[in-house]
Write a protein of this length. Sequence first.
Length: 199
Amino acid sequence: MNKIAIFASGNGSNYQAIVDAVKNGALDASIELLVCDKPNAFVIERAKKESTPIFAFEPKTYETKAAFEKEIVLELQKREIELIVLAGYMRLIGPTLLHAFSKRIINIHPSLLPSFPGKNAIGQALQAGVKVTGVTVHFVDEGMDTGPIIAQESLKVEESDTEQSLAEKVHTIEHRLYPETIQLLFQKSFLWEKEEASR
Ligand code: GAR
């Protein structure tokens, strides 16, 4: 039944929005695991409160990215995860995870990609003086915030906007757009499976 794992590194407001969408019936999915690379992150507290199983790890205690990703893959396979949802997971996904979950990893990013990839996208947009920015949901590939775009929503940047006010607007969009997009992917039994079937 639409089993997902959420990966996060920080506050976890998007994790919470997805949990809430499942609880109120807007999203037909089961959150089977939270994967977190920062054992002190607030998202861990949220997951404990919601009784989501947690796999938290310290990357620097492993010799390589492949080593911790192998452990993550085992955890995901054990739980028959169908979709990996990156929600503020501030780490590039390596070949071990990418190959095991090919076309089954999505990410949300606080800009209209391909503009402003990487860290502090909201600050980057403000600095650049753009009049419009937004949110992007996309499939993950080996790049930094690259990969085919699934959904985008724009918002106007006002003269009076600060990084904080803009972040609030971005988060409001994210918290609605991400659960909606996940639901759409499941309803369409994943776009890429349809494409493959029609070949
Ligand atoms: C979100 O705004 C998300 O778009 C961003 O991190 C934030 C996490 O917030 N992700 C990236 O910048 C990915 N490159 P949250 O922890 O409150 O969900």
